[in-house]
Ligand binder design. Structure first.
Ligand SMILES: NC(=O)C1=CN([C@@H]2O[C@H](COP(=O)(O)OP(=O)(O)OC[C@H]3O[C@@H](n4cnc5c(N)ncnc54)[C@H](O)[C@@H]3O)[C@@H](O)[C@H]2O)C=CC1
Ligand SMILES: O=C([O-])CC(=O)C(=O)O
Length: 353
């Protein structure tokens, strides 16, 4: 039988074999830091910054962008918690190099050299609030961030998610005009979640796979300004008047449905991160020069309106007309235009004050 001291010696020998003497040092008091690692050649791809990266949308959005093969460098900026989110995401074994930037002093550094900037910074709704109720806080946040873009990456494509989109996009346009670098092709409000929801709800009604369905959603991103064009759904189909009322109402109030279900814990974050990545990926494919990249977005030339656009090397290179509308959609468009005009004015006058 083995004595206790023999057994202990045996364990020590095995341990020494498994963990060579310098193991402890390498793991704990690492003698080889990131600085000593061999430099990786710059991977081909685009440089993307996410502003508000530590938030409910920001975190899953950062994770999904780290998985996007078109991204070579990913900058995560927020005023809180960026170190943790960056450390976490940087361990994913995908190609993009991740860097974190914390606090206002780091904004310009986070933005320098970026091809695409995605902005989900700002407060979300609670039950009982409208998106417009977020204006007071989010208008100032968007203005500050856009001033940073004007200084540090004036040629970047901007994907603006922060609500109320119908007013924050006009704010961004004004900031860029005042800075003398406004290019309407490069400023894109993100309304992709309305399209994602419309595809899902229409597919449910038709008994189809949502991936086979394409619903154009135009106008803006709040209540009646969200205008699904059900007469232009692909594949071609028809709806009963009850189905049209149900679908229009559900698509227009999809955000509120999530806000109420979350009962005070915020608004859509996961489906929004999915939609934001779907849109950002389309922008990157456009930048790469892919042909026929067409998505809906809130653009600033009409003067402000969401519609189908073709994304190319310089952003929204072609803006498509709405196409034939039926009577129901024409009436919806009139309502949408009235409300949109007020939200646009609010954004523009905030910046001109
Ligand atoms: N366009 C759309 O379809 C949608 C828009 N939204 C909007 O997106 C925004 C963000 O929503 P959540 O992520 O749920 O909110 P959240 O509160 O979870 O995250 C917001 C993040 O922004 C950061 N932030 C605040 N001020 C900042 C500044 N000056 N610079 C950089 N970061 C800053 C916060 O620290 C926080 O990490 C809200 O305004 C919400 O209404 C939400 C869903 C859909
Ligand atoms: O409803 C909200 O406040 C967030 C949002 O824009 C959406 O989910 O569409």
């Amino acid at each position: 039988m083995q004595s206790t001291s023999e057994a202990n010696q045996r364990i020590a020998r095995i341990a020494a074999h498994l963990h060579p003497p310098n193991f402890q040092m390498m793991e704990g008091n690492s003698s080889i830091g990131k600085m000593n690692c061999r430099a990786k050649g710059a991977a081909p791809g685009f440089k993307v910054a996410i502003l508000g990266a530590a938030g409910g949308i920001g975190q899953p959005l950062s994770m999904l962008m780290k998985m996007n093969p078109l991204v070579s460098v990913l900058h995560l900026y927020d005023v809180v918690n960026t170190p943790g989110v960056t450390a976490d995401i940087s361990h994913m074994d995908t190609g993009a190099v991740v860097r974190g930037f914390l606090g206002k002093d780091k904004l310009d550094e986070a933005l320098t050299g970026m091809d695409l900037v995605i902005i989900p910074a700002g407060v979300p709704r609670k039950p009982g609030m409208t998106r417009d109720d977020l204006f007071k806080i989010n208008a100032g946040i968007v203005k500050t961030l856009c001033e940073g873009i004007a200084r540090s990456c004036p040629r970047a494509i901007v994907n603006l998610i922060s609500n109320p989109v119908n007013s924050t996009v006009p704010i961004a346009a004004e900031v860029f005009k005042q800075a003398g670098m406004y290019d309407p092709k490069r400023l894109l409000g993100v309304t992709m979640l309305d399209v994602v929801r419309a595809n899902t709800f229409v597919a449910e009604v038709l008994g189809l796979d949502p991936r086979e369905v394409d619903v154009p959603v135009v106008g803006g991103h709040a209540g009646v300004t969200i205008l699904p064009l059900l007469s232009q759904v692909k594949p071609p189909c028809s709806f009963t008047p009850e189905e049209i009322n149900y679908l229009t109402d559900r698509i227009q109030n999809g955000g509120t449905e999530v806000v109420e279900a979350k009962a005070g814990a915020g608004s859509a974050t996961l489906s929004m991160a999915y939609a934001a990545v779907k849109f950002a990926d389309a922008c990157l494919r456009g930048l790469r020069g892919d042909a026929g990249v067409i998505e809906c977005s809130f653009v600033t030339e009409l003067p402000f309106f969401a519609t189908k656009v073709r994304l190319g090397r310089s952003g929204a290179e072609e803006i498509f007309p709405l196409g034939p509308l039926n009577e129901y959609e024409r009436a919806g468009l009139e309502k949408a235009k009235k409300e949109l005009a007020m939200s646009i004015d609010k954004g523009v006058s905030f910046t001109r004050k």
